[in-house]
Design a protein around this ligand. Structure first.
Ligand code: GDP
Length: 445
């Protein structure tokens, strides 16, 4: 169902990317189509509505980078918002598994890829984190499932709890816990039984197992190809047993990852891993930008816009540097630097970052440079005319009086600013000659 979303967005953006300029009406029209596409793709109404609202606020009036089309720029904004929706604060790959032995409970519907994922995860923890892992199948309904896990265990070199016929799931969970403690295991992964659909009996059993195992992590395994159904499953499981994260399987298939978007937005639970194949190493840490790229199916454009933005910033910085080296450092430049300083934590913060200016940083501290002072200086520059800013030498007594009054400050303060400007211009020139300016600028950006 999400194949459709990608195609639709592709259609919308194809049209946009062929236009030279993008009006606000264009943004609104394009996003209306995006919204319809999201809804048709089974994304819930509030999720789609919220998403569109955020994108619209960002797209309207956003600066369009030179050398990309406005349509391409919109794609980038939609992409970034998808990433933001898909990501939380957490590090998806970092499971809470300190204080051994720790239990991880795997839950989900039958056929979702739970047993396969259990083995994949066990292998990952063993190989990448050097953990001693024990796996146990609690699927008492299907003896074949227990055998399947045992076979996988041999394949990936991870121990499985010996099968004892006739035990209930909670009994197996208790035995697994004891075995984990006695055997010196770091992690015990419990593969619970799945059903075709969610039912009371299943939930009761998972709850009973949970109470015995007291897992640090309860991971829900869902088939990434099942769209909104997957979200319903997640909501149910979270309500009944409380999940700490989601594993989306079959992300190697045709699905566009739309389930990930709804899942994250609706449950608020982090997607931790994605299954990308049947083999035991086909488990990846969830990466929002990759999934966003799949949903949009427009990775190339996103990369293009990023590259263009980078190039533009570098070009601007290089142009500025060339002027500075020639001693062309006017009031507009100074204003830019002062604003940059404000952003970077004041004078001391910036000076500390520039090579050879550690001493100036100390001096700035002594002289009482702070945010308030920076703001006053910016106000003074704003009070100058365009010509005065370009050529500070014009500033004689009457002009100075006018400028200071315009900023509501004393002429004395303006004189201090002018002195600083001269010092900085000289410094830029000197640094430029020594080839250090490039280095200094690099540290600031
Ligand atoms: P369970 O019933 O939830 O334990 O599901 P299984 O682990 O037995 O998996 C069901 C089928 O899905 C098996 O054939 C797996 O090989 C397959 N499978 C699981 N995860 C993935 C995945 O990420 N990608 C692909 N292509 N197949 C998967």
């Amino acid at each position: 169902m999400f194949e459709n979303l990608s195609e639709r967005l592709g259609g919308v953006f194809d049209r946009l990317t062929k236009q030279g300029a993008l009006s606000e009406a264009d943004v609104v029209a394009a996003l209306r189509e995006v919204r319809v596409a999201l809804l048709e793709a089974d994304v819930s109404l509030p999720v789609a509505r919220d998403f569109i609202k955020r994108v619209q606020a960002k797209a309207t009036g956003a600066a369009v980078t030179k050398s990309v089309t406005p349509g391409q720029q919109v794609v980038k904004i939609v992409h970034d918002e998808l990433v933001a929706t898909l990501t939380g604060d957490e590090d998806p790959g970092a499971l809470k598994i300190d204080n051994p032995p720790v239990a991880i409970l795997m839950v989900g519907l039958q056929g979702s890829g739970k047993t396969t994922t259990t083995a994949k995860l066990a292998r990952r923890l063993k190989d990448r984190e050097g953990k001693r892992v024990l796996m146990a199948s609690l699927d008492t309904n299907r003896p074949a499932a227990m055998d399947q896990l045992a076979v996988l265990g041999v394949q990936v070199g991870v121990d499985t709890l010996p099968i004892v016929k006739g035990q209930t799931a909670p009994e197996i969970a208790r035995r697994a816990r004891t075995q984990a403690a006695m055997g010196g295991y770091d992690v015990v992964i419990l593969d619970t039984a799945g059903r075709m659909h969610i039912d009371e009996v299943l939930m009761d059993e998972v709850q009973a197992v949970r109470d015995i195992a007291t897992p640090r992590e309860t991971l829900l395994v869902v088939d990434g190809l099942t769209g909104q159904d997957a979200v319903n499953v997640a909501t149910e499981f979270d309500g009944k047993v409380g999940i700490t994260g989601v594993v989306l399987t079959r992300m190697d298939g045709d699905g566009r990852g739309g389930a990930a978007l709804s899942m994250r937005a609706v449950t608020g639970k982090p997607i931790r891993f994605v299954g990308v194949g049947e083999k035991s190493d086909a488990l990846e840490t969830f990466e929002a930008s990759r999934v966003a790229g799949r949903i949009l199916g427009m990775g190339d454009i996103v990369a293009l816009v990023e590259k263009a933005q980078e190039t533009l910033e570098i070009e601007q910085a290089e142009r500025m540097m060339k002027r500075f080296q020639k001693g062309q450092f006017n009031m507009n430049d100074l204003k830019g630097q002062l604003e940059q300083m404000l952003k970077m934590g004041g004078m001391q913060g910036m000076m500390g970052m520039m090579p050879g200016m550690g001493k100036m940083s100390k001096a700035a501290e002594v002289a009482g440079f702070d945010d308030k002072m920076l703001r006053r200086q910016i106000a003074l520059i704003q009070s100058m005319t365009k010509r005065e800013r370009a050529n500070p030498d014009l500033l004689q007594a009457s002009r100075k009086k006018r400028i200071a009054a315009g900023a509501g400050l004393e002429v004395q303060e303006l004189n201090r600013l002018l002195k600083m400007h001269r010092q900085m211009a000289d410094m830029m020139k000197k640094l430029g000659k020594k080839g250090m300016l490039k280095q200094a600028m690099g540290a600031m950006m």
